[in-house]
Design a protein around this ligand. Structure first.
Ligand SMILES: [Zn+2]
Length: 187
């Protein structure tokens, strides 16, 4: 039998929420089916980065209505530019297409917790929501290394949730770094 909330979701045509393993009690960790779909696309971007010899991180940016605005993947080594993280590639592409640096109402899906630079760019672009996968213990700016959202912003708060397909994302990263060690390459 359907619970009251799931029957309401059904009537509204919204898929029921699924709860991911929550990386922090400060974050929302409930996701709709479409969140999984978009994060799977971000994971495909991460796999493309892997094939290009890059740390496998991918991103997808969608509009309020669920239209895909852009995708991006890590390209730091190939562009020899430390600012070419997946999020930056994704945001730059969407801003160029829209000819607008404000990406109001958009949602960004990132396979990895964004770093300070990327979280700053997400904030500057007025992205409405960030949904990410695995935690980045070394560079994560949501809660792992530092916690930018713990300080209230005066005019734009990005709504953040984490843990979406986190295992898939971290397995890919682990596999990548294992291969790098086997081949005698280090960061
Ligand atoms: Zn970054």
């Amino acid at each position: 039998m359907l619970s009251r909330s799931s029957s309401v979701s059904f009537v509204l045509g919204i898929s029921p929420l699924r709860r991911a393993r929550c990386p922090s009690e400060r974050l929302t960790c409930e996701f709709h089916e479409r969140d999984y779909r978009f994060m799977n696309l971000a994971l495909e971007q991460a796999k493309l980065a892997y094939d290009e010899g890059e740390v496998p991180v991918g991103c997808v940016l969608v509009s309020e209505d669920g239209e895909i605005l852009s995708m991006g993947r890590n390209r730091v080594h190939n562009k020899m530019d430390c600012t070419c993280h997946a999020e930056m590639e994704c945001l730059r592409s969407a801003m160029a297409t829209a000819n607008n640096w404000r990406l109001l109402g958009s949602v960004i899906y990132c396979t990895l917790e964004p770093c300070l630079m990327c979280l700053g760019a997400i904030q500057l672009a007025r992205v409405a929501k960030l949904k990410y996968g695995a935690d980045d213990l070394r560079m994560g700016a949501v809660h792992s290394w530092i916690s930018v959202p713990s300080v209230k912003h005066p005019f734009h708060e990005v709504k953040i949730s984490g843990g979406l397909l986190a295992a898939e994302s971290s397995n890919l990263l682990r596999q990548f770094f294992r291969q790098q060690r086997t081949e005698g390459r280090t960061e």
